[in-house]
Design a protein around this ligand. Structure first.
Ligand SMILES: [Fe+2]
Ligand SMILES: [Fe+2]
Length: 231
């Protein structure tokens, strides 16, 4: 079912042609619109799915960095940019991505008595992150100097925690997860993640969230990747 919805989205967006789609949990990598190369076959495993979501989280952290920089430099920006970015963190990262980690990854480590100290810290950080997001949402439109300072501090604290958090998951937790779970269960979990994604975010799922983030980047003038290349 979830494959059907993802397939539909890919087809509607014109990213791939029907002939390239095959049944099962296999999807083809999105090719750039107008690109010359055909889409390549890609298996989306549960941890690869989670790592892509970390990529999305990283792009929101870049947005947060830009907002923090402007707050420090007393540079104006539309508060809606920050509200939208924090909304993606709340809905997609906290209520979906982290929920998957809490429901399907962490308990398996705890049961196997593996990496339990790391998992305890990761759990605490999810909770701390939720508190900071609430603060960012509450202060996003702040006008007074003291509130803007608090907002900047909250943004900085969020970035400071999530960079090492996601890096530790990518390099330690996710590779170890593969050794805790059989192949069949691993594949089935990938399907469950996809189902949940489309249940919560409709047909466009992850790809729709990427589009939303790109829209915020454009708004802030940080979308063009080439601007970050040192001259
Ligand atoms: Fe996490
Ligand atoms: Fe994560």
């Amino acid at each position: 079912m979830q494959d059907k919805t993802r397939r539909d989205f890919l087809l509607e967006s014109g990213a791939v042609s029907a002939a390239l789609m095959i049944p099962g949990s296999t999807v083809f990598a999105l090719q750039e619109k107008g690109g010359e190369k055909a889409g390549e076959e890609v298996e989306v495993s549960p941890t690869e799915d989670l790592m892509r979501e970390h990529g999305l989280l990283n792009r929101v952290l870049l947005i947060y960095e830009e907002c923090g920089r402007r707050l420090a430099g007393k540079d104006e920006f539309d508060p809606k940019v920050l509200t939208d970015a924090a909304g993606i963190i709340r809905n997609f990262i906290e209520n979906y991505h982290e929920k998957l980690e809490e429901d399907h990854l962490f308990p398996r480590f705890e049961k196997a008595h593996k990496l339990t100290e790391l998992v305890a810290v990761l759990r605490q950080q999810h909770q701390a992150g939720r508190r900071v997001t609430a603060q960012i949402l509450q202060l996003a439109a702040a006008r007074s100097a003291s509130d803007r300072q608090k907002l900047e501090a909250a943004i900085t604290a969020f970035i400071r925690m999530y960079r090492p958090h996601e890096a530790r998951e990518d390099t330690i937790l996710f590779p170890a997860f593969r050794t805790l779970i059989g192949e069949k269960e691993y594949d089935a979990l990938g399907d469950r993640f996809e189902d949940r994604e489309h249940e919560l975010f409709g047909k466009s799922g992850f790809e729709g969230q990427v589009e939303n983030v790109a829209g915020i980047e454009r708004e802030l003038g940080i979308y063009d990747l080439a601007q970050f290349t040192p001259r």
